[in-house]
Design a protein around this ligand. Structure first.
Ligand SMILES: [Fe+2]
Ligand SMILES: [Fe+2]
Length: 424
C-alpha cells in the first residue's frame, strides 16, 4: 500500500494548503479597494474551497489520508506569515507571486508523480485544478503591483517556502537565511479599523429617511406611489452595497482558525454569493445612467462589526440583517416586475434564493461558531444580547464617516427621481 499512502500524503498536503488559503487569503478582501479585485478574490477563495472539498472526498478513499480537518503547524505558520504586511497590495503580491505559483507547482508535481491509470480518479481532479490555478494567475495579473516593498516581501516569503522544500516538500529544503525574522512572531495580525474602497467616495450609510441625503430612502422602497424605476435604482445601490457583507464576512475566517473545514467551506460560498450580489448592482447601475463615482460606499457595518467578536459578527449578519431583509425585498420584487425588466427580475430572484440559503447556513453554523468562541449561552439569548451590543457599539463606531461628496455631486434619492423623470 506504500504507493497509495504516498499519494494520499500528497493529497492531504494539498487539502491543507487549499483550506489554509481560504482561511488567510480572505484577509486580502477588505484590505484591497478595487471592487473587481474583491469580487475576483471571493471567486478564487470559493474555488479553493471547492478544491479542498474534492481533495478531501477523494483523499478519504485512499488509505493514509487521515480523518481530521486540521492543518499542520509548518503550513499554518507559512500562511500566518503571508497575511502580515500592513499594506494590502503587498500581501496580495505575496499570495499570488509566491504561494499560488507554489500551489500550481505542487499540483503539477502530483500529476507527474502519480500513476495515471491506477490513480485515475485523482488525475481528473488535479488536471482540472491545474486549469483553475492557471486561470487564477491570469485573472490576477492585472492587479499585481511592482514596488520595491513587494519585491522584498516576496523574497521573504520565498525563503519561508524554501525552508519547507515547497508546499509538498518536493524540493530540497533550504535553511532560512540568517537573520530571518518571522513577522508573525513579532506581532499579531489585526483587522484594519475600516475597510478599503479604493478610489470610491465613502459615507456612513446609504440608507436614510432623507431624499436629499442618501440614495436609498427607506419609506420610498415600500411606498406604492414610488416610480418603479426609482425603486430599481435604489435596489441596485442596495445590492452593490452588499460589498459591506463581503468585507465584514471576510474577517471571520482568520478569526476562527479551529473551525471545521465544512464551516469555512459554507462561509466561502456565502462570501462569493455576496460578492455576486454586489456585482449585480455594480454592473447594472452604469447601464441605467448612474456614474459610480457619485455613489458613496457605506462603511458603518464593517466599522462597527469589526469591533465585535466573530460569532457576534456572524450572528448579526445571518440572524438580523439577512433574516430581516425578506419582507422589504419581497415588496421591492413585486414593484420591479411592473417594469418587464427580465434581467432585474432574475437578479433579484437569485439574490432571494441565495439569501434563504444564508439564513439556513446561519442556523447550521452559529452554534458552532459560538462554541469555537467559547460562548455557552442559548442561541436565542445570545442573539438578543448581540443585537443590544451592536446598538451600543454603533453609538461609538457608527456614523463616523462623513459624506465624501457634497450634496450637489452625491447620488441621492432626489437625484434618482429627477434622473428617472428626465428619461420619460
Ligand atoms: Fe446578499
Ligand atoms: Fe446574504
Amino acid at each position: 500500500m506504500a504507493a497509495v499512502q504516498e499519494m494520499a500524503r500528497l493529497q492531504r498536503l494539498l487539502f491543507e494548503v487549499e483550506r489554509d488559503f481560504v482561511r488567510t487569503a480572505t484577509t486580502l478582501i477588505y484590505r484591497v479597494g478595487e471592487p473587481e479585485l474583491k469580487y475576483l478574490l471571493c471567486q478564487h477563495v470559493w474555488e479553493s474551497a471547492g478544491h479542498a472539498r474534492f481533495l478531501r472526498e477523494r483523499g478519504r478513499e485512499m488509505s493514509g489520508f487521515g480523518s481530521g480537518d486540521g492543518v499542520r503547524d509548518d503550513l499554518r505558520r507559512l500562511f500566518n506569515e503571508a497575511i502580515m504586511p500592513s499594506d494590502g497590495a503587498t500581501a496580495l503580491a505575496g499570495f499570488y507571486r509566491v504561494l499560488k505559483p507554489a500551489l500550481l507547482a505542487a499540483y503539477r508535481h502530483y500529476l507527474q508523480a502519480t500513476h495515471h491509470l491506477a490513480d485515475w480518479p485523482s488525475l481528473h481532479l488535479v488536471e482540472e485544478f491545474i486549469g483553475d490555478e492557471d486561470r487564477h494567475a491570469r485573472e490576477m495579473r492585472a492587479f499585481l503591483q511592482d514596488t520595491p516593498e513587494v519585491s522584498v516581501w516576496c523574497e521573504h516569503l520565498r525563503s519561508a517556502l524554501a525552508a519547507l522544500g515547497g508546499l509538498l516538500g518536493e524540493h530540497t529544503r533550504i535553511p532560512l537565511p540568517e537573520p530571518f525574522v518571522w513577522e508573525s512572531d513579532t506581532r499579531r495580525y489585526a483587522h484594519p479599523a475600516t475597510c478599503n474602497r479604493g478610489k470610491y467616495p465613502t459615507c456612513s450609510s446609504v440608507f436614510s429617511y432623507d431624499p436629499e441625503e442618501t440614495p436609498i430612502v427607506r419609506p420610498w422602497l415600500v411606498d406604492p406611489a414610488t416610480d418603479a424605476r426609482v425603486i430599481r435604482i435604489m435596489v441596485y445601490v442596495w445590492l452593490m452595497m452588499e460589498m459591506d457583507a463581503v468585507d465584514y464576512l471576510a474577517t471571520v475566517f482568520v478569526d476562527t482558525p479551529d473551525a471545521p473545514f465544512d464551516l469555512h467551506h459554507d462561509l466561502a460560498r456565502h462570501l462569493w454569493d455576496e460578492s455576486r450580489h454586489s456585482a449585480f448592482g455594480y454592473r447594472q447601475l452604469p447601464k441605467l445612467g448612474i456614474d459610480l463615482m457619485t455613489v458613496e460606499h457605506s462603511l458603518d457595518l464593517y466599522n462597527i462589526l469589526v469591533q465585535m467578536p466573530p460569532h457576534e459578527r456572524y450572528a448579526m449578519m445571518t440572524m438580523e440583517f439577512e433574516a430581516g431583509s425578506f419582507p422589504t425585498k419581497a415588496t421591492v420584487m413585486d414593484r420591479i416586475r411592473e417594469l418587464n425588466d427580465f434581467e432585474a427580475d432574475t437578479l433579484l430572484a437569485f439574490d432571494r434564493n441565495d439569501e434563504q440559503n444564508h439564513v439556513r447556513y446561519g442556523h447550521r453554523w452559529l452554534p458552532e461558531i459560538m462554541a469555537l468562541c467559547g460562548d455557552t449561552r442559548p442561541v436565542e439569548e445570545f442573539v438578543r444580547a448581540t443585537q443590544a451590543r451592536f446598538a451600543e457599539t454603533a453609538k461609538v463606531y457608527g456614523n463616523q464617516t462623513p459624506h465624501a461628496l457634497p450634496p450637489e455631486t452625491r447620488l441621492t434619492g432626489s437625484k434618482i427621481l429627477r434622473l428617472v423623470q428626465s428619461q420619460s
